[in-house]
Ligand binder design. Sequence first.
Ligand SMILES: Cc1cc2nc3c(=O)[nH]c(=O)nc-3n(C[C@H](O)[C@H](O)[C@H](O)COP(=O)(O)O)c2cc1C
Length: 396
Amino acid sequence: MAVDLSVDLAGIKLANPIIIAAGNHTENGTIMAEVAQYGPAAAVTKTIVAQPVPDILPCYAQVNGGFLNTVLSTIHTAERWWQEELPKARENNDMTIIVNLAGRWAEEAAELAEQAEKAGADMIEVPTICPHMNEILEAMFPGTELPQPGFTDCTPWAKTFKAVKDTVDIPVIAKFSGGFLHNVQDWTEAAVEAGADGITCCDSLGPGLSINIETGEPWLGGPRGVGGLTGPAIKPIVLRMVMEVAAITDIPIVGTGGITSWKDAIEYFMAGATAIGMATVGHLRGMNAYRKILSGIENYLDDHGYSSLEDIRGLTLKRIEDRKVNNRMAISELIVPVVTERCNGCKLCERVCVFDAIEIVDKFAVIDGEKCYGCGLCVNVCGRDGAILQPYYEHA
Ligand SMILES: Cc1cc2nc3c(=O)[nH]c(=O)nc-3n(C[C@H](O)[C@H](O)[C@H](O)COP(=O)(O)O)c2cc1C
């Protein structure tokens, strides 16, 4: 069966759900045109500001399960983006271009948005806050009274968002900070109220720290060497945030945070995302990662008999609703996993079973139902899909 990968993002039809999130693969028009060759339907520019600042160096550090960075906005002027970089980004491709922009105050953001629209942007994304931003700006401009955005008060950002929204006719989407992990509902309500056509969830979490143990120096530059955390480490948190946003609003969500495989992407759709954004995976594994994830999504849908992403979007919200309806919110009765003929006796499950309930007999995992606690870890760590199954209740 042919799979339809297209999605509707705020009234714009994307040929597939892959969006290159603001990052180094969108730092200028040349690299955007290059990344377009790897299959994404859209790309978001690095944040365009009226007065770009140089990057604080070193600006990148790989950490276990993720990535830290100290970068703020694009280093190019807005004028250069409108005149040179956006036209270059469009060369030899039909990728949708989303301009991510930030103003120091609402009027400045609105002015940039007006210019972006005139320069041919298809959509605008208005970011909120990076966790490392404030202390770096303080260090760069000591004593200046720059308005510093915060994580808890949505009002100043909502004012800026509204000013942008009132200025342009193209769709405007909000980009949440990972720092909203405890109040994502408040921000969702503020974004919807301000007229957001979509929500990208999320930017980095943190800030985080990584130390060079030969010198004791933080790996990153800046006052304390802290940076925004992205990549797989943030995925479970952002996935939960996406699910919470989707439970509140029907506006499209761009699930962004720690996607490194097609399986991560599928989880985001099931949590309620319409499209997915990626930055770190491309930085650490190269542009081909985007193409692989796209084909993995297509194969998954095909193998499971789904005709489009709409078939799975928000499925997890429905499953959670089922738990409520069927009074299965706090079940503590044991459900012993089932080992299938796909098991090759690799011993991974035996090693992780802290209840000593698994033994490999003749290259096959045997679960002792008397000892099994039903924790589910063996199912989860098994590297062979379908070798150990978690029996669930029937789904309606
Ligand atoms: C090197 C780097 C630069 C980034 N620059 C920006 C930026 O300019 N504006 C922005 O809104 N987000 C920026 N981000 C955040 C990403 O767009 C994305 O939201 C975040 O990295 C989470 O996705 P990931 O885990 O796939 O990287 C940047 C991320 C990285 C890693």
